[in-house]
Design a binder for this molecule. Structure first.
Ligand SMILES: Cc1ncc(COP(=O)(O)O)c(C=O)c1O
Length: 472
């Protein structure tokens, strides 16, 4: 097949998929065994066959989850912004690594431009940053930076024979914090989970008590990870009191804004949820979540320590690859990274930023919050539903009420599964105070109030149907 024909066919497939991505059901559900049979992965052994290749592509799309569909309300991300999708396509076509200027000149400059823009927006002075593979990785790099900052000997000597380090996070912090503690040699038991208050925020008296206990036992509190928008409940840790504690205990204050960090684009929401962010030591934000950039798109920023990334990440002989400028000018971003090959993530990020601008992104986030208020109102109005906890920000934690003789948790799990299998909607789950909750997240730009109403009607209808079956 000629190159032109290949691209023509591809474009037809993409155009068709894009046109239909909001219609029908969001998925044709099959159990894994059944899907494997349908895919018949072992068939088609003839190599170099473009027709077979395109039928595989069609097959993939036929069974893919339509994440742009308004019934897809499950995760912190949904179908991506078109400018960033275009960026992804160009990134794939040009296939290069963003580790050196010579292989990725434009992407390097775009990344640096975006980092400067984000540092200014957050209010970090004399800072630095990098795009990582996501907030899990960013949390780990921040924890590692805090570790090496608290004791520079660790980079060479490891944790052997050093004073014991302790980190502190919200008990509802994302699991990537535990993984980071494991990876950087801290050990998960040295990551102290601070109990939460009624709003799901780190309890300050509890944190203070644990800090004092660690110090009294000869340990070093080196890191406090605040969460700006906890994964299940959407709570924001309060930065001002944490900054006051930092004065006393001299720890590194990192802010995990993977999810709720998106409020920085709206002045009003930032004042409400993230005041004093500019005084934190580091901050991470995922553009691939509420902001809609194609997966993965993350930024990690550091305040007032311009060379921290080089000090923390760079190790070993890199002379075969990196050529950095004079006077400490970083030309090759790979030298600041834990990876060697780096995917080009900056093009899609830059295109989204230029296309929507800060105002467009602020409006999007404010609109999502308006939809969250609407959703909470719908739950409160429906006699069949209840909030598991009041809404803190963007997460709606609710469930279907059940009569006294029907246990509420298995019922809600069965309800969720039926919604999924019949293609009605996909909604998340989680636990708040050990209670199962359905977790509605609105990050889909194809969702507005009518789609939210349809979602709840689907939950109520399916819940009633399940109850009828239990009774019969
Ligand atoms: C609060 C929080 N931090 C970190 C992460 C991890 O982000 P990523 O998926 O980009 O690794 C998540 C993901 O849901 C999150 O909710």
């Amino acid at each position: 097949m000629e190159q032109e024909e290949i691209f023509e066919r591809l474009l037809q497939i993409i155009t068709r998929y894009y046109r239909d991505r909001e219609s029908g059901t969001f998925v044709e559900y099959h159990d894994p065994g059944e899907l494997e049979r349908l895919l018949d992965l072992d068939s088609g052994r003839e190599t170099g066959n473009w027709d077979q290749l395109f039928s595989r592509v069609e097959q993939y799309l036929a069974h893919a989850v339509k994440t742009s569909h308004p019934s897809y309300l499950n995760r912190m991300w949904a179908g991506a912004n078109l400018p960033s999708v275009i960026g992804e396509m160009i990134t794939a076509i040009t296939n290069t690594s963003a580790c050196t200027y010579e292989t990725a000149p434009v992407s390097t400059l775009m990344e640096k431009y975006m980092l400067r823009t984000m540092l200014d927006l957050v209010g970090f002075t004399n800072g630095t940053g990098q795009m990582t593979t996501g907030s899990s990785n960013a949390n780990m790099i921040a924890m590692m930076a805090a570790r090496n900052w608290s004791n520079p000997a660790i980079k060479q000597h490891g944790l052997f024979g050093q004073p014991e380090l302790f980190g502190f996070v919200n008990a509802d912090a994302h699991y990537s914090m535990d993984r980071a503690a494991n990876i950087i040699g801290l050990g998960t038991e040295h990551l102290i989970k601070v109990p939460v208050d009624d709003h799901g925020r780190m309890s300050l008296p509890a944190l203070e008590q644990r800090l004092a206990e660690v110090v009294a036992a000869g340990g070093v509190p080196f890191f406090v990870g605040a969460t700006a928008g906890t994964t299940v409940r959407g709570s924001y840790d309060q930065l001002q009191p944490l900054l006051a504690l930092r004065e006393r205990y001299d720890f590194w204050l990192h802010v995990d804004g993977a999810w709720g960090g998106a409020v920085i684009f709206s002045d009003a929401l930032r004042r409400q949820h993230l005041p004093h962010l500019e005084k934190a030591d580091s901050f991470t934000l995922d553009f691939h979540k509420m902001l809609g950039t194609a997966l993965m798109c993350n930024v990690l920023l550091f305040n007032n320590r311009p060379s921290i990334l080089k000090e923390v990440c760079s190790a070993g002989d890199e002379s075969y690859i990196f050529r950095n400028g004079k006077d400490g000018d970083v030309r090759d971003l790979g030298t600041l990274s834990l990876q060697c090959g780096r995917r080009v993530d900056s093009l899609k990020w830059f295109l989204d930023w230029k296309f929507y601008g800060q105002t467009g992104l602020a409006q999007r986030i404010e609109h999502y919050l308006e939809l969250c208020r609407h959703a909470e109102e719908r739950v409160r109005q429906a006699s069949e539903l209840e909030m598991v906890v009041p809404r803190e920000s963007f997460n709606i934690c609710f469930r279907y009420r059940t009569p006294a003789d029907i246990p509420v948790e298995p019922f809600n799990l069965a309800l969720r599964e039926r919604l999924h299998r019949q293609g009605t909607s996909l909604v998340g789950t989680g636990f708040v105070d050990n209670q199962l909750t359905l977790r509605l997240l609105i990050t889909n730009s194809n969702v507005d109030k009518p789609e939210i109403d349809t979602f709840f009607q689907g939950v109520i209808n399916t819940g009633r149907e399940l109850l009828r079956e239990r009774r019969s």
